[in-house]
Design a binder for this molecule. Structure first.
Ligand code: TYM
Length: 330
């Protein structure tokens, strides 16, 4: 079986360093090992209300971000989910395979619906079936994601096995690929909750597009723990441990070496160093995003090519699925 990697990000609000450390950073390494599909999952974005104009902007910003962090369109296919109709079609069909009770167990649905109450749409509930469709359409073997998406990938595996059992071998059963550290970056303003695009305050996250001064301000105002020693202990020191993890991913420095370096120096010095490390890492990404956005023709051409390649693979798989399920006419 050929190895293949698929992943995606919702084009909502901003892309933050949690998305970067948990997902994007590994994507650019993986493309040297596997054929990859990287998708801008706009159909998932509309499971909560979006402003259409802003959504369009965010779709292109997300695609530009993929390129800016090093996704190479010569190696990887880059495309927009809604432009490959088979995602919606397979999402519908997999909705007939997955059980209501399974969807009710999804923690992301539980969290999001708790916050939104009555205004939750059916799409938010069936979201994992669409995500399974994204993955299964391409015979994906690895899905690099942050920890919060693990449960969805697990459900994708269940759906694939169930479909294969019922209709004969059709789908490859994929695996998630999770970083050993940084798979769950916590909010700067609250280290008990994950860093989130939909956070109430922008002080929760560092966006890849934040300018240098904003990064400095956010890091310096980040919540810390009691005491003043810079040491890694997620239970007793969740805030500093989170900042240490970010520092590790920005500099490649081992946690133990960072602890030694800042021993006896207190939180202030560490935060200053962290802010500069983040700036050094993300300022070039921010500049590249702006460059890609300035040249829309290049971005459009790459997205056209990605769409065409994805359509070819997706159409083939959907023909097989329709056939297996006995849909339509031969
Ligand atoms: P999304 O858009 O919420 O997040 C994109 C990626 O970033 C990871 N991530 C994090 N990693 C570490 N710390 C955090 N605080 C953090 N926040 C987010 C996510 O785990 C994800 O990998 N359902 C997906 C999008 C999707 C998808 C797919 C992914 C749709 N179809 C198929 C993989 C394969 C989502 O909402 O990601």
């Amino acid at each position: 079986m050929k190895a293949l990697c698929f992943s995606g990000i919702q084009p909502t609000n901003v892309i933050h360093i949690g998305n970067y450390i948990g997902a994007l950073k590994q994507w650019s390494d993986l493309q040297h090992r596997y054929p990859c599909y990287f998708c801008v999952v706009d159909l998932h974005a509309v499971t909560v209300t979006q402003d259409p104009k802003l959504l369009r902007e965010n779709i292109l910003n997300t695609a530009a971000t993929y390129l800016a962090v090093g996704i190479d369109p010569k190696r990887s296919r880059l495309f927009i989910q809604s432009e490959v109709k088979e995602h919606a079609e397979l999402g519908w069909l997999l909705g007939t395979i997955v059980k209501i009770a399974e969807l009710q167990r999804m923690t992301q649905f539980k969290d999001k619906s708790k916050k939104r109450g009555e205004s939750v749409g059916v799409g938010l509930f069936t979201y994992p079936a669409l995500m399974a469709a994204d993955i299964l359409l391409y015979d994906t073997t690895v899905v690099p994601v942050g920890e919060d998406q693990m449960q969805h990938v697990e459900l994708t595996r269940t759906i694939a096995r169930r479909f294969n059992q019922q209709f004969g071998d059709t789908f490859v059963v994929p695996e998630s690929l999770i970083q050993t550290t940084g798979a769950r970056i916590m909010g700067l303003d609250d280290p008990t909750e994950k860093m989130s695009k939909s956070a109430r305050s922008p002080m929760n996250y560092i966006a890849l597009t934040d300018d240098d001064d904003t990064v400095r301000k956010k890091v310096m105002r980040a919540v810390t723990d009691s005491g003043d020693d810079v040491s890694y202990d997620p239970k007793k020191k969740p805030a500093i441990s989170n900042l240490l993890t970010i520092y590790h991913h920005m500099t490649g420095t081992h946690l133990k070496d960072t602890e030694k370096k800042f021993s006896g120096k207190g939180y202030g010095d560490f935060k200053k160093a962290l802010a500069e490390a983040v700036i050094e890492h993300i300022a070039p990404v921010r500049r590249k995003i702006a460059e890609y956005r300035k040249d829309p023709q290049q971005l459009m051409k790459l997205l056209d090519e990605g769409r065409d390649a994805a359509c070819e693979a997706a159409e083939k798989k959907m023909n097989l699925v329709r056939d297996r399920m006995g849909l339509g006419r031969r």
